[in-house]
Design a binder for this molecule. Sequence first.
Ligand SMILES: [Zn+2]
Length: 347
Amino acid sequence: MLQWVSWTETARFHSPLHNGNLDEQIIEVRQDPLTGHQSIYNTALEGKASILFPATDQNYLEERAAATKATCFLCDGKWRSMTPSYPKDFIPQGRLLQGEAVLFPNLFPLSAYHAVVMVGNKHYRPLNDFPEDLLADALTLAVDFVRICAEKTPNIPFFTINANYLFPAGASVTHPHLQILGATQPGTHHRLLLNTSRNYKNLTGVRYWDELVASERQENQRYIAQIDETHWMAAYSPMGVNEILAVFSNTPSFLQWKDTHIRAAARGLSRVLSSYHALGFSTFNFSCFSGPLRQDDGSFTCVLRIIVRQNVTPHYRTDDYYFQKLLQNEIMIVRPEKLAEHMRGFF
Ligand SMILES: [Zn+2]
């Protein structure tokens, strides 16, 4: 079973909030069992949550959605003429289509492969309006794309499927979309996951992710639900606010994804997004990591991380500052154990 590493730090000072009396605050620090990533929890921040994460300004959000719809290059079928397309010897029709989802190349790629998937015809969706069927169509295109890449260019083995939703989460386009990256080398966190998973397997003889699922299931503190071969849980030491982690059982890379994997990922994502919506959040990021295509050494399996970002409101403050971006720590606004309890009601 995994060892959960945590400790406390104590801060003492005279507080004007307590008539100048000595205040003592206990800060809980947690460390991810695989990567060592640190997250902190301070009960004193509970009262500050509404200041740190002010509610979504619904009127402002709708105003922004309407303003960006007029110039949206995806709406009303404009994607047909306004999005780039792949060379015919790579994808004969230039783009991939499935239901209301369309895959095309990013005009400003960040790696050798950088595809975008338009997720449905609607320009704006609240987080409780990402239906499972729509997400399944979008993920089907993502996985089909990875298969095509694997066939054409076996020297490009490192893939992730990602999303930014709304501008506080980094999206330059409001219209819901996914992004698929494929490169000759893994990105920074991807590399960390692959290397630490390999080291863990070499040291213990077992796959870390199998241990994690077994531990979380047994303890039942952060475990949320199983959907087919996927296991959904609140991350012990989250990398972002309200992180939910999904582990795919014995699925080394995207090339092993069957319809059941796509369906499970779509259902889980749809439920997580609905539960974020119920908590009042309006934005998110997710990344799904694959092991290197056709290079399975038994140490890795596909994993997905999804987090919320700052809500849509005028003059919003970023949730990513030196503590996250440069020190690479995170703050827990809600205890993962409490988050899991909330999420179970949506699964
Ligand atoms: Zn649009």
